[in-house]
Design a protein. Structure first.
Length: 713
């Protein structure tokens, strides 16, 4: 009944139609904003004009903040844009879209709106306010405020000492004066990393520098993974310090390869590097990737594929078992159609080769002088880096500032940390995902701006206990209250059966326990399907009871627990072994058995026999000679309940997770001949075998004790 309203645009772009908080209209908003993010033309504070359809009145939808990040969706990394919006200056909310602008999540807290696109529920962003002991406290009042507009320079070519130029983007606050800088050096494309951190930190008074490492994307030179990051990192720090907008103080942030690049820059000793946040950073190559326990890790193949072409991931149907069975291993690149030759290069250099020194840093803690917020997860594939670096720097860093300036944050996460509150069927509750942006901002505010926010006075270890689903703050790592508890392998020498077999786990060793035996044939390929592109972590928590019983595996099972127990800290397995082969591998898994029979792996460790004396040399055992191997099972933080049991699996192959040992002692690169290895596991008074558990006494949990009637059997 009302007359039609009209609007004179006067040459301005047409406003986006809008009527109430209806999902369809946010499709238009997302598709208006996303191209501006991708094109680098959107700035915090920019607006999109909306037109209210029934009145023809216009109002502004202001973008307070925006960022790009990768989340985990359907087993693969999934890029999203996150927009913090303010509509008409009053209604605030969060919109998450695909890079094409399709909304997948919308929340308007003030109007109790929470809408998620069906099938994309896992893409909810982390919280923007604190609620746990990790991300809440009075210190939040001291955080740098988002009060600056941002200037952006793209593809600045920064010269290195050898004249090679590296492509660099710079985000900085549009204000007078010099500011500290946050540096992100990446092999995965600087645009995503710069978007992830650029606007957030620049609005809060930091310059942000995102850079493609040598030989990647728009940077010149040849990419040699991890080998160039010490010198190039130092040269980039010098370049930043010389810029008119820089006060000379630089922090670094980033995950995985980006974390390793931070440690290599610290290794250079450059004085401009004042603090780092290495997230899920790998340790030295002998302890994780490409070698773990002296065994070549097949995840290296996945990474080599990803580096050559990220678009392959999740978009190719691959028979992983068939291709990973390729022999000799020097033909793996050919099997996967790879061109860079990374796999052959790594396989040419075994763990003891000094060639690895150029990309190692953990022998140099005494030279490193940088506070670090070390972060990882209990299911992170690069997990050992964070606790190893925390301990190493606390004990041996160059200065007291660096020794005291170490934090360790361990969450219930995979390599895609802080991105989901569940892994497979395990739900860790709402506190599993934290406001990590605030935690990182607090870190840099203190070390780069000198803000007295308590970072240097709080206990430095924050750990999440799974299945209690609670964070704990601790004084050190390993936790000072840890009661190291040994569970001894034993039985009647017939541990080859999984259910009702003769393998036992007990708090005391059985001095007369006869040895167990099995034969490992590397020619036998497990009948299984596996997808290395599935990055959800669900495989790590799958039901192992569904796997077929293996003739080349031993099973040692405990009685039911008499009461609840918390295990938080490093896990190790010490096993006494012999073989009739020239060389072989040994694999130990610690698992939890629920009363309903569901079996979940807790952690697994590997050891190649020729590295029984360490990774700096080969030390082949004589056939039949007894060797004591210590396997690093990394770490966990988990609560076990009364009635649950523990089980230890011992085998000689974790294929396809690791390469097969062909038992001949020949180099992995060229070996094709196989022999069957006959293995013996001892667990008597002279040659005990056991796992060492980090038992944590707290209210409601206690020591490892077994139900009396069962323990007596």
């Amino acid at each position: 009944s009302n007359p039609p309203s009209t609007l004179d645009l006067k040459g301005k772009p047409a406003p986006v139609p809008y009527q109430d908080i209806i999902w369809a209209y946010f499709i238009d908003i997302g598709q208006a904003l996303a191209p501006r993010v991708a094109g680098g033309t959107l700035k915090a504070g920019d607006s999109v004009d909306l037109i209210e359809l029934t009145t023809a009145k216009t109002f502004a939808c202001k973008v307070r903040e925006f960022s790009a990040s990768q989340r985990l969706h359907d087993g693969a990394p999934f890029s999203v844009f996150t927009f913090e919006l303010s509509m008409a200056g009053a209604t605030e909310g969060t919109l998450v879209t695909t890079p094409k602008g399709t909304p997948v999540y919308l929340t308007i807290p003030g109007q109790k709106v929470d809408i998620r696109l069906e099938g994309y529920e896992d893409l909810k962003p982390p919280p923007s306010s604190g609620r746990t002991i990790v991300d809440s406290g009075e210190w939040r009042k001291l955080l740098s405020k988002a009060e600056h507009t941002v200037a952006i320079e793209t593809k600045v070519m920064v010269p290195m000492r050898d004249k090679v130029k590296l492509a660099t983007d710079v985000y900085r606050p549009e204000k007078e004066g010099k500011v500290p800088t946050v540096l992100v050096r990446t092999c995965y494309g600087r645009e995503i990393s710069a978007l992830q951190y650029g606007t957030f930190f620049a609005r809060r008074g930091y310059a942000v520098v995102g850079q493609d490492v040598r030989g990647r994307y728009d940077s010149e030179g040849t990419f040699e993974p991890m080998r160039q990051e010490e010198a190039d990192g130092s040269d980039t720090l010098d370049w930043i310090a010389a810029q008119p907008w820089s006060n000379g103080d630089v922090g670094m942030i980033g995950a995985s390869y980006l974390g390793h690049a931070q440690w290599m820059a610290a290794k250079s000793g450059n004085p401009h590097l004042k603090a780092i946040i290495p997230e899920v950073s790998p340790p030295d190559p002998q302890f994780n990737v490409p070698y773990n326990g002296g065994v070549f890790v097949m995840a290296s193949v996945w990474w080599a594929r990803a580096v050559e072409d990220m678009s392959r991931i999740g978009n190719e149907k691959i028979d992983w078992m068939q291709k990973l069975s390729t022999l000799p291993l020097g033909d793996l690149s050919k099997a996967f159609g790879l061109k860079l030759g990374l796999l052959e290069t790594w396989l040419t250099h075994p763990p003891e080769d000094p060639w690895w020194d150029a990309q190692s840093y953990q022998k140099d803690f005494a030279k490193l002088d940088v506070p670090a917020l070390n972060l990882s997860g209990w299911y992170d594939g690069d997990q050992p880096g964070a606790p190893m670096n925390f301990v190493g720097m606390r004990k041996g860093a160059k200065s007291e500032r660096a020794r005291k300036g170490q934090w360790l944050l361990m969450g219930p996460w995979t390599h895609l940390f802080n991105s989901a509150s569940r892994i497979g069927d395990l739900d860790f509750g709402p506190d599993a995902v934290i406001d990590l942006d605030a935690v990182c901002l607090r870190w840099f505010d203190h070390w780069l701006k000198g803000v007295d926010n308590g970072v240097d006075r709080e206990d430095p270890v924050l750990v999440f206990t799974m299945r209690e689903n609670k964070w704990h703050r601790e004084k050190d790592w390993p936790l000072p209250q840890t009661k190291s508890t040994k569970l001894f392998l034993g039985g009647n020498g017939k541990a080859n059966k999984r259910d009702g077999g003769g393998g036992t786990l007990a708090l005391a060793a059985d001095a007369a326990s006869p040895a167990d035996h099995y034969a490992y044939d590397p020619a036998v390929i497990p009948d299984k399907k596996i997808d290395f592109d599935d990055l959800t972590g669900a495989r790590a928590v799958r039901d192992l009871a569904q796997d077929p019983e293996r003739a080349d595996m031993l099973y040692y099972t405990s009685p039911p627990l008499a009461g609840p127990v918390e295990l938080t800290g490093p896990l190790t397995a010490t096993i006494s072994v012999s073989t009739d082969a020239k060389d072989s591998d040994f694999v130990v898994t610690l698992a939890r058995i629920a009363p309903n029979g569901y079996v979940t792996g807790i952690r697994t460790g590997f050891r190649r026999l020729r590295y029984r004396s360490g990774y700096d040399r080969e030390d082949f055992a004589k056939p039949g000679e007894v060797s004591t191997l210590v396997l690093d099972l990394w770490a966990t933080g988990i609560r076990l309940e009364a009635g649950e049991r523990l089980r230890v699996h011992v085998s000689s192959s974790a294929f396809p997770g690791t390469v097969r040992n062909l038992n001949t002692g020949e180099p992995d690169l060229t070996a094709t001949k196989m022999v069957i290895a006959h293995q013996t596991i001892f667990h008597d008074a002279v040659h005990p075998s056991y796992v060492t558990l980090p038992v944590i006494p707290r209210d409601g949990v206690g020591d490892v004790q077994f139900a009396a009637s069962e323990a007596a059997r």
